[in-house]
Design a protein around this ligand. Structure first.
Ligand SMILES: Nc1ncnc2c1ncn2[C@@H]1O[C@H](COP(=O)(O)OP(=O)(O)O)[C@@H](O)[C@H]1O
Ligand SMILES: [Mg+2]
Length: 261
């Protein structure tokens, strides 16, 4: 148990409009949390880019593994197709300072297949998340893939916005959606990423106008863009950079609040 009071398999989902920084934030969360305990990182965005942000190459996505199993001769099929698909697709990273597994859901061709991938995702979360201390899910903007979850809960949903009206409105909608899904969300928090001293007053007034309560502000950090430009994994940004320090401070608050519930 990494922190007293936190339940095993503490699950954080990151959602929001495309381009707001979900993947960058997820990668930093994986890195920060993997120093505290074992992490399962799940890339649930069909437009997957978490592996690059973590600096991992993934050979197989869950969608691809599922297809390979379905296309195999019936006799050679493994007992449980679902379990086999995610096991095949599990990428591992164990280094001195990091310890995590990465699962990329990916796409699957053919009708109904994305649903099938989502159903595997739910199975994985329900059956496996407990064997990790933390699970971090880089979600797509909608939360459909979590919508039919019935058993396991998401402890913290981070609805990420950028400093635009659209970003704030989408984050608010994501937060509202959580009330309609059959998922028990512990906490949902809107955070605005890419904030500067110049745009912060505007973001605050826009948030008030839209009725959005912003829990956290993360700074625009040129190091993130620089890593992107050079093709370096975001997860390798130096510890003393503003964005890493801000994410660490945010997580300390989030985990402390969760531990006190
Ligand atoms: N705090 C930040 N400061 C500067 N650039 C950022 C920050 N967060 C994200 N970015 C940049 O914004 C772009 C989108 O980020 P990404 O994480 O891929 O978004 P998403 O996963 O939401 O589509 C990337 O080019 C990334 O480098
Ligand atoms: Mg992304």
């Amino acid at each position: 148990m990494p922190l007293e009071g936190l339940r095993q398999g503490f699950t954080i989902a990151v959602s929001g409009k495309g381009g707001v920084g979900k993947t960058a934030l997820s990668a930093l969360l994986v890195r920060i949390l993997s120093r505290m305990g074992g992490v399962l990182a799940i890339d649930a965005d069909p437009d997957s880019n978490l592996p690059q942000a973590l600096g991992l190459e993934v050979e197989t996505t869950v969608g691809e593994a599922r297809e390979a199993i379905l296309n195999a001769p019936a006799r050679s099929r493994v007992a449980s197709d679902k379990a086999a698909a995610w096991r095949l697709a599990l990428a591992e990273k164990v280094e001195e300072t990091y310890d995590y597994d990465l699962l990329v859901m990916g796409r699957s061709e053919g009708p109904g297949c994305y649903c099938a991938v989502n159903s595997i995702l739910r199975d994985v979360i329900d059956s496996r998340a407990d064997s990790y201390d933390f699970t971090v899910i880089d979600c797509e903007a909608g939360l459909e893939h979590l919508s039919r979850r019935t058993t396991r809960d998401v402890d913290v949903l981070l609805a990420v916005a950028d400093p635009t009206k659209n970003g704030l409105v989408t984050a608010k909608r994501v937060q509202e959606l959580t009330g309609e899904l059959m998922v028990d969300f512990g906490t949902t928090a809107v955070l605005v990423n890419k904030v500067t001293p110049e745009n912060k007053p505007l973001v605050e007034s826009q948030a008030r106008e839209q009725g959005v309560e912003v829990a956290f502000f993360l700074p625009l950090d040129p190091v993130v863009a620089e890593h992107d430009m050079l093709g370096k994994p975001v997860a390798q940004i130096p510890d003393d950079s503003p964005i890493v320090q801000a994410v660490v401070a945010m997580m300390e608050q989030v985990l402390a609040a969760a531990a006190n519930i």
